[in-house]
Design a protein around this ligand. Structure first.
Ligand code: SF4
Ligand code: SF4
Ligand code: FES
Length: 240
């Protein structure tokens, strides 16, 4: 079958304005959108810029906007889209475009780091030379969080990050905070809650659920955000 892709193009070094190019590729219905992009780059236009590495939903590098929805190009199949229509490919929203589908994720990584108190991760007291034990239930408390591959799709999809409060730390950073706040071995929970309880912290989230809908690892992001809010209320504010 033939697939048409309408792709956002912009090189800030040379272009005054973005534009769109349309490409037609021969593909199988089970090909991924990433396979189509690779065919375009290898056979038609070597200047098309996008990130990819693992091609299997592991590295998180090929996040982009496909028909208006944040997604990994390696997880979307050609047959997922109407066969008689072009597939619209654009960069992740919220982030600055470096070139074509490549965006600057440095601010995203900075916000991920900002959830940690200065001085790194403080563990709870454990006797010297003794294993820091954790029950299966305690370990399961943050299982979902550690599936995050830092693709940025949730932030790009979040209406708060998109405009209501662009400085909002973002869903991925709250997932990162949740991972430590609910780890029984971590001893600086209150400091982590204080970081979340600041302007542009967790309270900027309005529970739109867009992040949860697009997360390629199916992390229950909004649920974890609500758990962090509840923990702030129970452990921080009600103890003042
Ligand atoms: S929470 Fe999901 S969507 Fe957000 S960065 Fe992690 S894997 Fe990507
Ligand atoms: S639930 Fe919160 S973080 Fe997720 S999209 Fe909505 S406002 Fe953004
Ligand atoms: S290329 Fe690695 S997640 Fe898609």
């Amino acid at each position: 079958m033939q697939v048409k892709l309408r792709i956002f193009r912009f090189d800030p070094q040379t272009d005054l304005q973005p534009h769109y190019d349309t490409f037609t590729v021969n593909s199988e219905p089970t090909d991924r959108v990433l396979d189509c992009l690779n065919k375009i780059r290898w056979e038609q236009d070597g200047s098309l810029a996008y990130r990819m590495s693992c091609a299997h939903g592991i590295c998180g590098s090929d996040g982009m906007t496909i028909n208006g929805v944040s997604a990994l190009a390696c997880q979307k199949l050609v047959k997922d889209f109407p066969p008689d229509k072009e597939i619209l490919i654009e960069p992740l929203s919220v982030f600055a475009v470096v070139k074509d589908l490549v965006v600057d994720l440095e601010p995203f990584f900075e916000r991920e780091k900002s959830v940690h108190p200065s001085g790194g991760i403080a563990l709870t007291e454990a006797a010297e030379d003794v294993e820091h034990l954790q029950s299966m239930e305690e370990r399961a408390r943050f299982d979902d969080d550690i599936k995050c591959i830092m693709c940025g799709c949730c932030v790009a999809a979040c209406p708060v990050n998109q405009g209501e409060d662009p400085a909002y730390v973002g869903p991925a950073a709250v997932v990162r905070a949740h991972r430590y706040i609910f780890d029984s071995r971590v001893g600086d929970t209150l400091k982590r809650l204080q970081i979340m309880d600041t302007p542009h912290g967790v309270w900027s989230c309005k529970s739109y659920f867009k992040c949860t809908q697009v997360c390629p690892k199916k992390i229950q992001i909004t649920k974890h955000i609500v758990e962090v809010k509840r923990k702030i209320l129970s452990d921080l504010r009600h103890k003042k």
